[in-house]
Design a protein around this ligand. Structure first.
Ligand code: SF4
Length: 290
């Protein structure tokens, strides 16, 4: 039977954004109550500020839900400690394939990049298939998110219904909620980190990646080791079609790692004719699991 969804007027994001905190909270409570599935919601919890807000809003609404943390295996240790200490009720979704760095090191895929982020699908976006989800996604985070997500929408991850209660909230409004309700939050925000998530994620700027790697050098070493191992394992192994793999374009594992970090130097590449293409096309071309 098709689920009936309830949408709240107005749908103009600015009208939500411009309303005071009590009105925004009341709106979310109504949204969650109106759409509550009999089996309860699947709430995606990362330990970041947005997820602690949606979890608290779900609790205030009195709806049934279970919160899940997708363990990427490269989350900051401080975030892991925060979740364990303040949100022990959150369930953990551990990837059966093991750690992400093991996947990077051993599978023939190229390392994840800004435009080919296979790790998100495998480590961050799974869980709760067929359930109605609650996500803490916010439109302000990127134009892609603003275009894709609404308060009630079909999840682009799996086609299930997703409720995004704070999609139109600003970052300032998220902090307003956290302070008003005196919610504990991860200590990394007080160190000036604005995002809490996978350390060294290829989607972030190199400046931010540098900062994260400086803060957690063990994770820098982990990425570097995994990418070099990836090159060592696959650079001279042809794919099923008999073609040489992406890794073969690089002179060595260090060159692949430097390219992954965003350093462009033709000296990394075997054969000058390929270098131009690598600089312009490569992020995302990946030859996949071939
Ligand atoms: S490293 Fe980045 S792209 Fe990969 S799972 Fe984490 S957030 Fe997604």
């Amino acid at each position: 039977m098709e689920r009936q969804l309830f949408l709240l007027p107005p749908t103009d994001p600015d009208l939500v954004r411009n309303s005071p905190l009590p009105d925004r909270v009341a709106r979310v409570i109504k949204l969650l109550k109106d759409n509550e599935p009999p089996e309860g919601y699947y709430l995606a919890f990362s330990g970041g500020k947005d997820s602690i807000v949606i979890k608290e809003l779900a609790r205030m609404s009195g709806v049934k839900f279970d919160a899940w943390f997708n363990n990427t295996t490269i989350d900051p240790p401080e975030a892991i400690r925060f979740i364990k200490e303040f949100h022990p009720d959150v369930k953990w979704n551990n990837n059966k394939r093991g750690s992400m760095m093991h996947q990077v090191a051993t599978r023939p895929k190229m390392p994840p990049t800004r435009s080919w982020r296979w790790c998100c699908g495998e480590y961050k976006e799974g869980g709760g298939k067929g359930r109605v989800k609650i996500f803490g996604v916010r439109a302000e985070e990127s134009t892609a998110r603003a275009a894709r997500w609404r308060e009630v929408t079909l999840s682009s991850y799996d086609g299930d219904t997703a409720i995004c209660p704070i999609v139109y909230w600003t970052s300032g409004q998220v902090w307003e909620f956290i302070r008003f309700y005196n919610l504990p939050y991860c200590s990394l925000y007080d160190e000036g980190f604005e995002r809490i998530g996978c350390i060294g994620c290829p989607l972030i700027s190199r400046r931010l990646q540098d900062r994260e790697f400086e803060r957690w050098p063990r994770f820098y070493e982990g990425w570097k080791r995994a990418i070099i191992r990836n090159w060592e394992k696959w650079h001279d192994v042809p794919n099923k079609k008999g073609d040489m793999r992406f890794q073969n374009k690089f002179k060595n594992g260090e060159a692949l790692f430097a390219w992954w970090r965003g350093y462009r130097d033709p000296d990394y590449i075997r054969g000058a004719c390929q270098s131009e293409q690598l600089w312009t096309n490569i992020p995302g071309v990946g030859d996949g699991e071939n």
